[in-house]
Design a protein around this ligand. Structure first.
Ligand code: C5P
Length: 234
């Protein structure tokens, strides 16, 4: 069945404290996003990859695609929030009816170490159930704080999981979820699985992923990512 990918890369990467968004930071002469694209291009059953980048990064992204000879990729402009960017990507995948995939995998551009066997699990579960997503055990306990900066309450760690990427949806579920959701969802939401449940009644299968799914977020992650890339090349 046809599977295509949306890679949201429209963020500014403020948390790294660097000028360049982390997806465009260079590792051994290649931007991080190019490693992520490569991970998907290597998978024979993946058809198209839509990369969503901020408008001002469109040229840089096109240059990257040319320099590293990415073949399956199209670039579309992002939106002001993560959901708006992903929605643009989903709409782009569906533009031509004959190319519309059965399953859409959504994956952050800043998680370059995703592997085919895990993508397969997500794609199969999404095809069968409508939605599927990667989870990981929590490293820290999550607490809610009061506006004055005191403890409000804490959550029982064993009951919660971190929602990671990739996530997979049938095209129909993710398309309808974005069509039906509100402006407030677009503005403040961060969870596609939640939109699928709330607006399509589709409850996602959650699958524990390997630790390598982690998101390159802070400056220290850049060094860790580089050493994994070096190891994989040696
Ligand atoms: O900010 P956060 O780490 O949750 O971003 C996750 C992914 O969403 C990143 O790959 C980022 O580039 C993307 N994003 C986007 N458009 C935005 C904000 C974030 O594509 N407006």
């Amino acid at each position: 069945f046809p599977v295509s990918v949306v890679l949201p890369a429209g963020g500014t990467g403020e948390r790294t404290g660097l000028q360049t968004p982390k997806q465009f930071c260079s590792f051994l002469g290649r931007p991080l996003i190019s490693y992520t694209i490569q991970a998907f291009e290597r998978v024979s059953w993946i058809q198209h990859i839509v990369v969503v980048v901020a408008k001002e990064k469109m040229d840089l992204m096109m240059d990257t695609i040319q320099s590293f000879r990415h073949r399956k990729v199209r670039v579309v402009p992002g939106g002001s929030t993560r959901h708006r960017s992903i929605c643009n990507g989903v709409l782009a995948l569906g533009e031509r009816e004959e190319e519309r995939p059965k399953v859409v995998i959504i994956h952050d551009a800043v998680r370059p170490f995703v592997e085919e066997d895990f993508l397969y699990k997500i794609a199969m579960a999404a095809k069968e159930l409508g939605a599927a997503g990667a989870i990981r055990p929590l490293v820290s306990t999550v607490i809610a704080t009061t506006s004055e900066g005191y403890l409000d309450h804490s959550l029982e760690r064993a009951k919660y999981r971190a929602s990671e990427m990739p996530q997979g949806f049938t095209y129909d579920v993710i398309y309808q979820a974005y069509k039906r959701c509100t402006e407030s969802d677009f503005e403040f939401g961060t969870e596609c699985l939640h939109l699928a449940l709330q607006y399509c009644g589709t409850n996602a299968k959650l699958i524990e992923g390997p630790p390598t799914l982690w998101k390159v977020t802070y400056k220290r992650d850049l060094a860790a990512a580089e050493s994994i890339i070096k190891e994989s090349l040696s």
